[in-house]
Design a binder for this molecule. Structure first.
Ligand code: NAD
Length: 336
């Protein structure tokens, strides 16, 4: 039985990954600072160690000698309201860097056979993402580096850390840069939720004839990948010989207003979009509108070439499945 350790398995992607690997017959150990919000431990793993991975002692306990695979997804992160306001910069950098420093070191010490690290598209330079219609996120465009958030800088540092451990200590690593992953069993309210969950929740909560608030002018573009396809892409990358870094995302680019309209259409309600930006935004929230870069889209050429597979499900399909789940969460909350 293959032993896999999922750091951050109490979170969104880690939970889905754990569930999939358990269903495939792996022995799954999760380590996270919190329980999974939506799944019981036994649904996704055999062992759940609740601990703070910024502490070297915790990482020592969690990573066992000669584990087959470690998936490192633990990070202090959230949506635009968490990453781009500047309020959480110090914690985001400090916690995530400490986790990665501990994990890389411990994996070498314990002869872990292979490790996956989840980087982010947020590490790409801002200057290549100013035109919403033509963003450049090819892997080789990463340098000269200029991410637009401290979250992105930490990801860049940690990518380099794992590659250094690969070169100097033969740590067998795979590194992927995720582009906006979404789906059920993820954060859908409270400020750490990402755009798809936020739009779907707002569409679910809003009454006929009212409007939903969209941050910025709504013309900024992104692409969004459904979580099941992300998990499939991670597992295929792990089986391949390609060390990375490589994008894991969708190439189906959409504007944020387009995404909001998709959520509205799925809800089947007569709702309009209210774009909130500039001084109006500052007056309401007390900080500048945290919209991130103007355009971002995954470039999947390298993944296809190196792994020989590609993601292909339409955004609408994943959005419909996610709406069903978020709508049920909204109904449940309103009953309490
Ligand atoms: P998530 O926040 O749901 O999961 C991260 C998990 O890490 C959480 O459960 C959290 O409790 C845990 N964690 C944080 N600090 C910890 C600590 N000190 N000790 C132990 N556990 C700790 O996020 P996610 O969306 O599942 O993302 C997983 C990974 O993928 C993260 O590294 C993230 O940066 C990366 N990523 C995600 C996306 C996306 O769109 N979801 C995009 C790019 C990159």
């Amino acid at each position: 039985m293959k032993t896999v350790i999922i750091l951050g398995g109490g979170g969104f992607i880690g939970g889905h990954l754990a569930k999939r690997l358990k269903s495939e017959g792996c022995h799954v150990r999760i380590a996270d600072i919190k329980n999974h919000e939506f799944w019981k431990h036994e649904e996704i793993c055999h062992e759940f160690i609740k601990c703070d991975l910024t502490q070297p002692k915790a990482v020592e306990l969690v990573i066992s000698e000669s584990a087959d695979e470690v998936y490192q997804l633990a990070a202090d992160m959230g949506g635009a309201g968490y990453i781009f306001t500047g309020e959480n910069d110090a914690n985001v950098m400090h916690s995530s860097a400490l986790i990665n420093l501990n994990v890389a070191h411990e994996c070498v010490k314990k002869n872990v056979k292979k490790i996956f690290y989840s980087s982010s598209a947020c590490m790409y330079p801002e200057h290549n993402q100013l035109d919403p219609e033509n963003p450049n996120c090819i892997e080789s465009s990463a340098y000269p580096a200029n991410p637009d958030s401290e979250y992105g800088w930490e990801k860049l540092f940690s990518e380099r850390l794992y590659f250094a451990f690969n070169r100097n200590y033969n740590l067998d690593v795979r590194v992927a840069r995720f582009h906006n992953i979404f789906g059920p069993q993820g954060t859908w309210d409270g400020g750490k939720e990402k755009a798809p969950a936020a739009m779907l929740r707002k569409a679910s909560e809003t009454k006929e004839g009212d409007g939903i608030e969209v941050w910025g002018d709504g013309k900024q573009t992104r692409s969004f990948l459904y979580v099941d396809e992300c998990v499939e892409a991670v597992l295929r990358l792990m089986k391949s010989d390609f060390v990375g870094p490589v994008n894991i995302g969708s190439e189906e680019k959409i504007s944020i207003n387009g995404l909001a309209q998709m959520a509205i259409d799925i809800s089947n309600k007569n709702i309009h979009i209210n774009n909130l930006e500039g001084q109006d935004f500052v007056d309401k929230y007390g900080f500048s509108c945290p919209v991130g870069v103007r355009g971002r889209n995954s470039d999947n050429k390298l993944y296809k070439e190196k792994v020989g597979w590609e993601v292909n499900r339409p955004l609408l399909e994943g959005m419909k499945k996610t709406y069903e789940w978020i709508n049920s969460q909204v109904i449940l909350r309103d009953k309490l």
